[in-house]
Ligand binder design. Sequence first.
Ligand SMILES: [Zn+2]
Length: 312
Amino acid sequence: MKFDLLRSCKSIRRLLVACVIIMASAGCAAAAAEGNQTAVARLSSAKVANGQVTVLEVNLRDRDLAATDLKARFDQNAIALFQHPLKPEGIYCGLVGIPISSTPQKTVIKLEWTDSDGRLQSASVPLRIVEGNYKKEALRVAPRHVKPSPKNLKRIKAEKKEIRRIYTSSSDTRLWYGNFIKPLTSNTTSVFGTQRLFNGELQSYHRGTDLRAKTGTPIYASNSGIVRLAKNLFYSGNIIIVDHGKGIFTNYAHLNKIDVKAGQHIARGDQIGLSGATGRVSGPHLHWGVKINGAYVDPLQFMIVISDLLAQ
Ligand SMILES: [Zn+2]
């Protein structure tokens, strides 16, 4: 009887241990232990739609780790990590943007670091991508913006290259502070992610939020940062791209007037230009885009994620 009781106790203990491990992976906490080193990571939400953002938090407190060595990666893109704005030193976070082109799947965020014995350690944080269910819309724009001439195709190619270079070289210093604000107080006229048919032909995803703005409405910077681009592009018209550091960019397109220059430091709320109807548009408005570590995301959902991060 005694023996049986002991055996049942051991089985129950084994079962409990198994449950804890399962709960840890289901609850998006990853614990990787090799040797004496353990990194604990979690996501603000482990179930994210394509085109949305989730926050990765890595706790390296009291772990005697060279934090500068810690690297996070998702879908080939490095996730820039920074000291958590509110939490004690040694707790890092990074924003993970899920590309709009991602299909629903179970995947992981990979972490790598070197422990104090110089050994490379790694961990995986489980993530589930779900369908964002974005709508479709048809728009009428100038024919030259649907079937560009060979000269314009060359221009588009050069501009794509220029933009890619900007978006892959974010400042290693966090330049943003506090919440991100909408560039103007106005209604949304077209949401992020909508699949678009221009003049019934060309298809693309809407990679920003359109805000109602008649030509000449002042546009304000969402947060502080450095202006990386301030010029006219074929599709975006007059556009400003701001680098907020650590992989976060915002852009402001179809402007009538640009009030800033590339390389200029700006603060949240600074007027950076006036709205307009330049580039591929069906009328005046502001296109506001947010790009996080290589992925365009829903600016309005991004604002909520940052607000939650700062409210912890
Ligand atoms: Zn737009």
